[in-house]
Structure formats: structure tokens, C-alpha cells
Design a protein around this ligand. Structure first.
Ligand SMILES: NC(=O)c1ccc[n+]([C@@H]2O[C@H](COP(=O)([O-])OP(=O)(O)OC[C@H]3O[C@@H](n4cnc5c(N)ncnc54)[C@H](OP(=O)(O)O)[C@@H]3O)[C@@H](O)[C@H]2O)c1
Length: 322
């Protein structure tokens, strides 16, 4: 099978296309023939080994000290089940599925095995494979943070970095939870975020969001520019600050920053459960969540796809087709 691998950390051209043996599903696994995967900001961070401040040492221990331990990036996919192990009961050959391998990666390949009890769901019928491939990364991240913030109808939410993968998913999920949404991104992307459900749009290049004359119940930062200090006047006394991009020091400090304050800081990522993927697939089938696609590239052009993600300017998701 064809796959994109990287043998060293570095710029997009460290990625190369190679032939690898096709995997065989174990007893409890399905074998998926991929139609599409994505290049996420997480893939680009790992390829370049560009982790948020303070994560470098622990990151090298996890992902490989001098070179990547797992050479195949790619955390989400859409495809068709080609074969199943003998113990598999929930899926059968021919089923269209989406799946999320998260930090275990491995989706830049024509075939991938997955345990049937893993983060796997039937593909939403309403979505193309290209759209479906992009359900999980932005969807699970924003869903887990919004749920832990106990988002509810009428909450005022500020989404910083609203036009990226996490931001475009977060707008649609916050809309599902009936929140009032203020989206922060550059003005060329305002029409996009409004079409997804944003009620108000702000261009961070012309407006200092930390000095806005309004207060929010929830602030979701997908950029890494917000913290407890600079959101003091724009977060309500009982507000929740969701830090998706955070330094290692701020990650450790987050639980303590909530002590003695009615404000809550949430920064830890969570493990995604299969029911989260099914929830997102159901929302997609109801037309409440459609992943935004910026550009689509064939696997051969994966380096160009990474260069686009490296720009930090992508709108929604970048797709790779097989
Ligand atoms: N903690 C976790 O579990 C977790 C999970 C997923 C992702 N992340 C992290 O979350 C971040 C966002 O991920 P993503 O995939 O959504 O990234 P992305 O798709 O690359 O999004 C970047 C977006 O941010 C906007 N932006 C850039 N600078 C900005 C600024 N100063 N103020 C406001 N908006 C700005 C850009 O919009 P304009 O072009 O309009 O400026 C762009 O659309 C990444 O750093 C990623 O590593 C963390």
C-alpha cells in the first residue's frame, strides 16, 4: 500500500511516499480502505516538532527523541471497510466509516486497521468522504472542551481563531447548544464564520479583544494568545476559560487558577470516546455539523498540503485523497 512517511523532524519536504505492506486485521479489528484523511495542525506540529512552549522534552520522550518513533502521521479518516476479524460484530465489509486515531496517528496510508470498539463510527450519509474525513479532529476537540464548560442555551461564547479546524467546528457545536457566538478571525473569513452560525464577528487585527466592553460566559482560545490575566475584564465572574493552545506551565497551573475563583480554567485535553464520534456523525447527518474544507490534495502532494497548514491561515480543514 502507498503511504506518506517522515523519518526526521523538519519542513514539509521530509514527507515521502513509500510502499508498505498492507496490514491484516486482528480478531477484533476492521481493515479500512481510506478514501480521505486530513492534514491537521497537530500533524504539522509533530512533523516540524513545533510543540507549544515547555512540551519539547516530554514530547520527545513520547514521539521520539531524535527522530519520529511513528513514521506515519494522520489522525482521522473516512473510508470503506474492506475486511473484518472473526470476532467483529458491529461492522461488515462494505460499510462506510469515519475514524479517529488521535495521537496514535497512522492515517496517511491507503489502509488502516482499527479495533471495532475504538473511536470509529458509520460515516454520515450526508457527507462526502472528503468532508467526513474532517469530522473528528476539530469536532472532538471542541466538543470535549464545550461539554466540560457546561455550555447551555443563551451562553455568550467568544471563539478566538474561529476560522480554523477547531474554530469552525466549535461555532457549529456552540450553535447546536444554542449559544450566542462571537467569532474572532481576520475579516476575509467573516462571511465564512457567519455562514456557520456566528452572531458577531471581530477582526483581531483591528480590535483588541481583551478590551471589549462585553463579558462572555465562555471563552474558547484556539490561538494561544489568551490567559487568565488578559481575559479578566471580558470573562464573567462565573465564566469558563477554555485554553486549547497552552504552554506546559499553564497546563499544570490551570486547575489551581480555578481555586478561590468562581471562574474556571480548562486546559487539559481528554481521551475521545467512540460515543463522541457517533454524536458528531449524528449531528452531521442532521445537517448541524458540516466540516469546512479549504483545499484538497492527492497523497502525492502531501508536502504542499503541509505547507498550507504551516501558513497558519487555513480555513477549516485540508484534505488528502487516495
Ligand atoms: N489541546 C488540544 O487537545 C488541541 C487539539 C486540537 C488542536 N489544538 C491546537 O489548537 C490550535 C488551533 O488548531 P486548528 O487546527 O484550528 O488551527 P488552524 O486550522 O491552523 O487555525 C488557525 C486559524 O486561526 C486564525 N488565527 C491566526 N492567528 C490568529 C490570531 N492572532 N487571532 C485570532 N485568530 C487567529 C486563523 O484565521 P485568520 O486566517 O482569519 O487569521 C486561522 O484560520 C493549534 O495550535 C493546535 O495545535 C489543540
Amino acid at each position: 500500500m502507498r503511504a506518506a512517511i517522515y523519518k526526521s523532524y523538519g519542513p514539509p519536504d521530509v514527507l515521502q511516499i513509500v510502499d508498505l505492506p498492507k496490514p491484516t486485521p486482528k480478531n477484533n479489528e476492521v481493515l479500512i480502505k481510506l478514501h480521505a484523511t486530513t492534514v491537521t495542525s497537530g500533524d504539522a506540529r509533530l512533523r516540524a516538532f513545533n510543540l507549544p512552549p515547555g512540551f519539547s522534552q516530554i514530547g520527545r520522550l513520547i514521539f521520539g527523541i531524535s527522530r519520529p518513533r511513528n513514521q506515519i502521521l494522520g489522525s482521522e479518516l473516512s473510508g470503506v471497510i474492506e475486511a473484518v476479524g472473526q470476532g467483529v460484530t458491529k461492522f461488515k465489509p462494505g460499510d462506510e466509516v469515519i475514524a479517529f486515531s488521535d495521537a496514535k496517528m497512522g492515517c496517511y496510508a491507503e489502509f488502516k486497521t482499527f479495533p471495532e470498539t475504538g473511536t470509529l463510527a458509520h460515516k454520515p450519509e450526508t457527507l462526502s468522504h472528503q468532508q467526513a474525513a474532517a469530522v473528528c479532529f476539530g469536532g472532538t476537540t471542541s466538543l470535549s472542551f464545550l461539554r466540560r464548560a457546561n455550555i447551555k442555551s443563551g451562553d455568550r461564547i467568544l471563539i478566538n481563531g474561529a476560522s480554523g479546524s477547531v474554530g469552525t467546528a466549535a461555532i457549529q457545536l456552540a450553535k447546536h447548544f444554542k449559544a450566542e457566538i462571537t467569532a474572532v478571525c481576520s475579516s476575509p473569513n467573516h462571511a465564512l464564520v457567519q455562514s456557520l452560525g456566528a452572531d458577531h464577528m471581530i477582526d483581531y487585527r483591528t480590535t483588541k479583544i481583551t478590551e471589549l466592553p462585553v463579558q462572555f460566559d465562555i471563552i474558547l482560545d484556539c490561538v494561544g494568545s489568551l490567559n487568565t490575566q488578559n481575559t479578566r475584564s471580558i470573562l464573567r465572574p462565573s465564566g469558563r476559560l477554555l485554553l486549547i493552545v497552552v504552554s506546559f506551565r499553564d497546563l499544570l497551573a490551570a486547575p489551581f487558577q480555578s481555586i478561590g475563583s468562581s471562574k474556571k480554567v480548562i486546559a487539559t485535553p481528554v481521551i475521545t470516546k467512540p460515543e463522541d464520534i457517533r454524536f458528531l456523525a449524528e449531528l452531521a447527518d442532521r445537517g448541524e455539523f458540516t466540516p469546512v474544507i479549504d483545499q484538497t490534495f492527492p497523497l502525492d502532494q502531501i508536502a504542499a498540503a503541509h505547507a498550507l497548514v504551516d501558513s497558519g491561515r487555513k480555513k477549516g480543514n485540508v484534505i488528502i485523497t487516495f
